[in-house]
Design a protein. Structure first.
Length: 210
């Protein structure tokens, strides 16, 4: 510190210590891409070559380990899907579609018919398309009422809300110096006010004025 000149200030270093950890991934079974023939063949081979004993606990552990071993080889896994819940639209055109979908879900849970599943997929696609149209119309209506040329429009207010580090865009009546800082004492604030009133009025302030 003795070698630093008077024109320099001490430098303060802020060190942030971060500990990195590997996130744990959750996986789900993807049965659509499963090779069931190889799964059955390997499971049958392992179970058929095993000698059955009278120990039920040991046999149960062997069956579970065999199924898990075959599943790890032939049943694919991936990252878990995080579904987002969407609220229902309060629109007259969507209400009958929701009622029809509820009936199809009840029919599928009772009979598990493929035709009903196809109808359900088409109905879900139609509902999703209506959601997209409603969002697009709402966004166009919101953006259409914004005038980018006006300084106090919704667009300018939105931009100012994103950045609070710009005091020059906010109207205030605080006495600030040339560096946009608040004066430390009353004398400095009085000098700033004197310069301001001198620039806008015809009064002249001298050194002896109090």
């Amino acid at each position: 510190m003795n070698s630093i000149g008077s024109d320099y200030l001490p430098i303060s270093l802020n060190i942030k210590d971060c500990k990195y950890s590997l996130p744990s991934n959750s996986y789900y079974w993807n049965f659509k891409k499963t090779n069931w023939n190889n799964f059955k063949q390997l499971t049958g081979t392992l179970l058929g070559s095993h000698l059955i004993s009278d120990n039920l606990e040991q046999e149960w552990q062997f069956i579970k380990s065999t199924i898990n071993h075959s599943a790890r080889l032939y049943i694919t896994r991936g990252n878990i899907k995080r579904f987002k819940s969407f609220p229902r639209l309060n629109d007259a055109s969507v209400t009958p579609l929701f009622a029809k979908r509820d009936l199809l879900l009840q029919a599928i849970s009772a009979s598990n018919n493929i035709t009903d599943k196809v109808k359900l997929n088409k109905l879900n696609a139609e509902i999703k398309q209506l959601y997209i149209i409603q969002k697009r119309e709402s966004r166009n209506k919101r953006c259409g009422s914004i005038d980018a040329r006006a300084p106090d429009s919704k667009l300018w207010c939105l931009a100012r809300s994103f950045s609070k580090d710009q005091p020059q865009v906010e109207s205030c009546n605080i006495v600030l110096d040339s560096d946009s800082q608040i004066p430390q004492d009353n004398k400095t604030a009085a000098n700033i006010l004197g310069k301001f009133y001198k620039s806008i009025s015809h009064f002249s302030f001298a050194r002896d004025d109090k």
